[in-house]
Design a protein around this ligand. Structure first.
Ligand code: GLU
Length: 428
């Protein structure tokens, strides 16, 4: 699970540069789009439960707002860096553009291990984040959301802090809030379900019935859980799930050749996605090394954890049976490995298309907040599937028409849309 040798921001720039060259973008446009427009680096002092003060480093980075206000989650992770947040912010710009929602790209990060914080320390951290950047966020400026390590409760504390500072009701300042408090039904499931909406469509085009397929998943947080749930409901079999174990500070792969029971695994995981080893063993799961998820003889690999997980070093471990890589995580594949995946002819569902369900539903959440009228879950999910399918088909059609890799097709669509907005505004 090492992510140390690759820099995600360099990866994001390598991907952008290749497409910018292909599209013949002018140098000013390239310079503007290959870096963030705004960065805020700050510290958050938190009075810990033991009376000491701990100072946390934090970021909010806006990559581009030509198509609308910045949008993107806040990741709480011990290995967060400015460059990871820069990459994630840039990918958010392409993500919002590929699904054609009127938003730009942004991302936040706090260097912390949320699993080691008490509830009150976490609340202080969330409120402290907003106290430092409240005048740089807002429904017309930049709208945060949950990401790895943060959740609906964190978003609500953040919204409450913002509303306290500005003295009013502004539910559109943040998305991913709890249902009943300005949140949208379906938002919790949206990213994972969105992953499977695109996978389902791709398999249909490949003439492979989803019910005959098997998958191996890396990660068991929010995205993986709901992707696994929908995939198994459609008849697919999840053979293995790999996740981090906080107690042992290591990752394990939980395997059941006959297929994992997702509901059963959910019952024995904590809120951060760690599965209880002893309980899993007693339920008949084989416990393998954390990296073994990628070696499984399955049709589909679903990386749903961190960036830089599928590299040339691990590529030889991918079984010849694998037909699709479905990137539920952001940036799980390194650009040098994309070449190998292309050569082997594995279909790639690229991250910023495949996992765009979360931000699409965040957009729906904002629309509902603006109207102060909330849709039922079926309506949200129907709109979500429509948006995801429409975006997927545009990418797939372009990839087939030009005989190119799906990541490149997604980039062409997204970069063209953003570059157009930049041009129309007269920025470049
Ligand atoms: N953090 C999610 C992502 O990476 C969702 C962002 C949002 O809802 O704004 O797409």
């Amino acid at each position: 699970m090492s992510a140390t040798t690759y820099n995600p921001f360099e990866n994001a720039q390598i991907q952008f540069d290749a497409i910018a060259e292909n599209l013949g973008l002018e140098s000013g446009m390239r310079e503007l789009l290959r870096q963030p427009m705004k960065e805020i680096h700050f510290t958050i002092p938190v009075k810990m439960d033991d009376g000491s003060t701990k100072v946390f480093q934090a970021f909010r980075i806006r990559h581009n707002n030509a198509r609308g206000p910045g949008k993107g989650g806040i990741r709480f992770h011990p290995h967060e860096t400015a460059d990871t947040v820069r990459a994630l912010a840039m990918w958010m710009t392409w993500k919002c553009a590929v699904v054609d929602i009127p938003l730009g790209g942004g991302k936040g990060g706090i260097i912390c291990d949320p699993q080691t914080l008490s509830k009150s320390e976490l609340e202080k951290l969330c409120r402290g984040y907003v106290r430092k950047i409240w005048n740089q966020i807002g429904h017309e400026i930049d709208i945060p959301a949950p990401d790895m390590g943060s959740n609906a409760q964190c978003m609500l504390w953040m919204m409450d802090e913002y509303e306290t500072i500005v003295a009013g009701h502004y539910p559109g300042v943040i998305t991913g809030k709890p249902v009943g408090m300005g949140g949208s039904l379906g938002r919790t499931e949206a990213t994972g379900f969105g992953v499977i909406y695109t996978l389902k469509d791709l398999l249909r085009y490949m003439n492979i019935p989803i019910g005959t397929t098997t998958a191996s998943i890396q990660g068991f947080g929010n995205v993986a859980e709901y992707a696994a749930q929908m995939y198994t409901e459609l008849g697919g079999k999840v053979i293995a799930v790999s996740c981090w174990n906080q107690a042992d500070k290591t990752a394990y792969t939980f395997k059941k050749s006959g297929g994992c029971n997702i509901a059963e695994l959910v019952k024995i995981k904590d809120s951060f996605g760690s599965i209880d080893k002893t309980k899993a063993q007693s339920l008949g799961y084989e416990i393998l090394h954390g990296d073994d998820w990628i070696k499984q003889e399955v049709d589909i690999l679903i990386p749903a954890a961190l960036e830089n997980q599928i590299t040339p070093a691990v590529f030889p471990n991918i079984s010849k049976k694998v037909k699709v890589i479905c990137e539920a995580a952001n940036g799980p594949t390194t650009p040098d490995c994309d070449k190998l995946i292309k050569e082997r002819g594995i279909e790639m569902l690229p991250d910023f298309l495949c996992n765009a369900g979360g931000v699409t539903c965040s957009y729906f959440e904002q629309v509902q907040c603006n109207m102060n009228y909330f849709w039922d879950k079926a309506e949200v999910l129907e709109k979500l599937e429509y948006s995801m399918t429409k975006a997927f088909r545009a990418v797939y059609d372009l990839a087939k028409e030009k005989n190119i890799y799906m990541r490149d097709a997604a980039y062409i669509i997204a970069i063209n849309r953003v570059a157009n907005a930049v041009k129309l505004r007269g920025w470049a």
